[in-house]
Design a protein around this ligand. Structure first.
Ligand code: FES
Ligand code: FES
Length: 141
């Protein structure tokens, strides 16, 4: 549990009860995986989305963050935000929206940047998969 003095209660809530923690099989063709790091501190975030190709919307989302409280809160909040969104809308989310919702102080802005980078990279991964023909399944897959 992190100190109450330095964090807004929304951060504490997401930090203590993070939503949608977990992972998906990154080999699934309908799953996009984003794995990003923050150069400023070395924290790492993995974010995965499952996409309903018929509607181009995010049907499920999971994350794992190895980082500070603000990074965990940012990713937890992001998972709630993007569920049900189209890829276009999710790709337009700005870290400043996340920081504003969580009342992050300026020194913690890069933590919310990690969440923006992670969703963008997950979308990119999904899109690069769907452009490729499905891999042929063999004994070594
Ligand atoms: Fe301390 Fe990221 S720099 S947790
Ligand atoms: Fe680096 Fe939060 S301190 S992600």
């Amino acid at each position: 549990v992190i100190s109450r003095r330095n964090y807004h209660e929304k951060v504490l809530d997401h930090y203590n009860n993070p939503r949608n923690v977990g992972s998906m099989n990154k080999k699934d063709l309908d799953v996009g995986t984003g794995l990003v790091g923050a150069p400023a501190c070395g924290d790492v975030m993995k974010l995965q989305i499952r996409v309903d190709s018929a509607t181009n919307t995010i049907s499920d989302v999971k994350f794992k963050t190895f980082g500070c409280g603000s990074a965990i809160a940012s990713s937890s909040y992001l998972t709630e935000l993007v569920r049900g969104m189209t890829l276009e809308d999710a790709g337009r989310i700005k870290n400043t929206e996340i920081a504003k919702e969580l009342c992050l102080p300026p020194v913690k802005l890069h933590c919310s940047m990690l969440a923006e980078d992670a969703i963008k990279s997950a979308i990119k991964d999904y899109q690069s998969k769907t452009k490729r023909p499905a891999p042929t399944l063999g004994p070594d897959v």
